[in-house]
Design a protein around this ligand. Structure first.
Ligand code: PRP
Length: 203
């Protein structure tokens, strides 16, 4: 079974769960992108690419943030909420300034273009969405946008930059996802592993 993990903290936490289940060390060696152990092949993938690897069946299962599968509208099965990597996807803006609410069109800067578009269009509010790739909090400070749509974890980045959370769009956490074909052909194996993960993780 091939498992795509998002590089960094979440991958380490998931590998710890495997250590607990199989009582062996699971660790990517220096800069290696593939780890083979106990009959599993783990892929060290960038967060935003996990859903793509799983959707295209380069991996059977994967772990990825709910925010990512929502933004990409990924055609995968969601099997388990791990309850780690918790964050919110929120509208943020300059502290104390709610003037965006009175605008006929709101300019929104974000990495999460589809989420932002859907959120405001459901509310019937016209928006111009500007796609950025990071440091989103900078945009309202220099007048690039009225508000941002971004991930909020501790809220520190907003606070440190004189911004505040205005509206919570949804809560996110890391999910175990599966490729739809793999789930048909390896159903027992996948469900058995997911159950072991659930027990070891207490989720
Ligand atoms: C994310 C997110 C916020 C920050 C939120 O950015 O886009 O900027 O973390 O975390 P906090 O609420 O705990 O401060 P990331 O660190 O991934 O970098 P980026 O800005 O380059 O996307």
């Amino acid at each position: 079974m091939i498992i795509a993990l998002p590089k960094g903290r979440i991958a380490n936490e998931v590998l710890k769960i495997f250590e607990k289940i199989f009582n062996e060390k699971f660790e990517f060696e220096n800069r290696k992108l593939i780890l083979k152990k106990a009959g599993f092949t783990f892929l060290n993938v960038r967060n935003w690419d996990v859903a793509t690897y799983v959707e295209k069946q380069a991996a059977d299962i994967g772990v990825v943030g709910f925010d990512v599968i929502t933004e990409l509208n990924s055609n995968v099965l969601e099997l388990l909420d791990l309850g780690i990597g918790k964050c919110r996807v929120s509208v943020g803006g300059i502290k104390g300034d709610d003037s965006y609410k009175n605008k006929t069109e709101i300019v929104v800067a974000t990495k999460l273009k589809n989420i932002a578009k859907n959120y405001f269009s459901k509310k019937g509010i016209p928006t111009q969405v500007i796609k950025l790739n990071g440091s989103i909090e900078l945009a309202p400070l220099v007048g690039l946008c009225d508000v941002i749509v971004d991930i909020v974890e501790t809220g520190n980045t907003l606070r440190e930059n004189g911004l505040e959370e205005k509206e919570v769009i949804f809560h996110s956490s890391a999910r175990v996802i599966a490729n739809k074909n793999s789930f048909l052909t390896k159903k027992e194996e996948i469900l058995d592993l997911v159950e072991k993960i659930r027990k070891a993780n207490g989720s």
